[in-house]
Design a binder for this molecule. Structure first.
Ligand code: PGA
Length: 243
């Protein structure tokens, strides 16, 4: 794992943006894995600026998001569909809507939805570069501690700690969904390259555990699996490196 140390959230977002833009230029039909949450918001803002100044085009780009809440429709402002449209895709005029993929959290048959998502990723030739965040408990995507490293896209029960952390986006804790569809850990590990964005002291413990050289690679700490991937770049700000 390669660690890029940056000063703050702004610099993390800028570096991640530069990294992705370079990739998009290098690859013929890039397949991007995208994430939601607070961490990548700055990255999306920078990418929109680059698009507006004609420094990058999303023609031919395909995207797959990591996850979506079960039970929230695309129109629900708390859904990850809504987040991605609002914070990114609605501002990118040249991406084809049929190239944008998120799991459908309101699918009638959720198991089938998971299988179909896997097929779509495979058909696209796998993710070239996956943007990841990390949960305080080490989750990646919505793969909570205890998730098998062999998991594929699946329906997950969200940890109480994750629901608590994400409740800031909802009116009340009761509104936070209990389940989500998430790419599995093996699905994430099949990405050819991964960039993990880490910002803020709230993530310091998780980052320190990930970087501990003699720490165990264990399903109890899902992000530890990244040590087995041969092309991971971590972009971490000062606050997240305090431990
Ligand atoms: P955050 O979430 O970016 O909102 O901190 C990251 C995660 O839980 O994976």
């Amino acid at each position: 794992m390669n660690l890029i140390k940056v000063k703050d959230y702004e610099e993390m977002s800028n570096r991640a943006c530069e990294y992705l833009v370079k990739k998009i230029h290098e690859l013929d039909n890039p397949v991007l894995g995208l994430a939601t949450g607070s961490t990548p918001e700055g990255l999306y803002k920078r990418l929109i600026e680059k698009y507006n100044s004609d420094e990058v085009s999303f023609k031919g780009v395909t995207t797959f998001n990591l996850d979506e809440y079960v039970g929230l429709s695309k129109e629900d402002p708390q859904s990850y569909h809504y987040y991605m449209m609002d914070k990114f895709f609605n501002h990118i005029g040249d991406i084809s809507s049929e190239n944008i993929h998120l799991p459908n959290g309101t699918a009638e048959d959720l198991e089938q939805e998971c299988k179909d998502y896997e097929v779509l990723i495979r058909k696209a030739g796998h993710v070239d570069i996956q943007v990841l965040g990390i949960g305080k408990n080490g989750h990646i995507g919505f793969n909570e501690p205890g998730t098998p490293f062999t998991s594929r896209t699946h329906v997950v029960e969200l940890d109480e700690s994750t629901r608590q952390a994400n409740s800031r986006f909802f009116d009340s804790m009761d509104d936070v969904p209990k389940q989500a569809i998430s790419m599995g850990i093996e699905t994430i590990m099949e990405s050819k390259e991964i960039i993990l964005l880490v910002s803020g002291e709230g993530k310091a413990e998780a980052l320190a555990r990930l970087l501990e050289t003699d720490a165990e690679t264990t399903e109890d700490f899902p992000a530890s699996v990244l040590r087995k991937h041969n092309h991971v770049t971590i972009i971490a700000d000062e606050a997240s490196r305090l431990k």
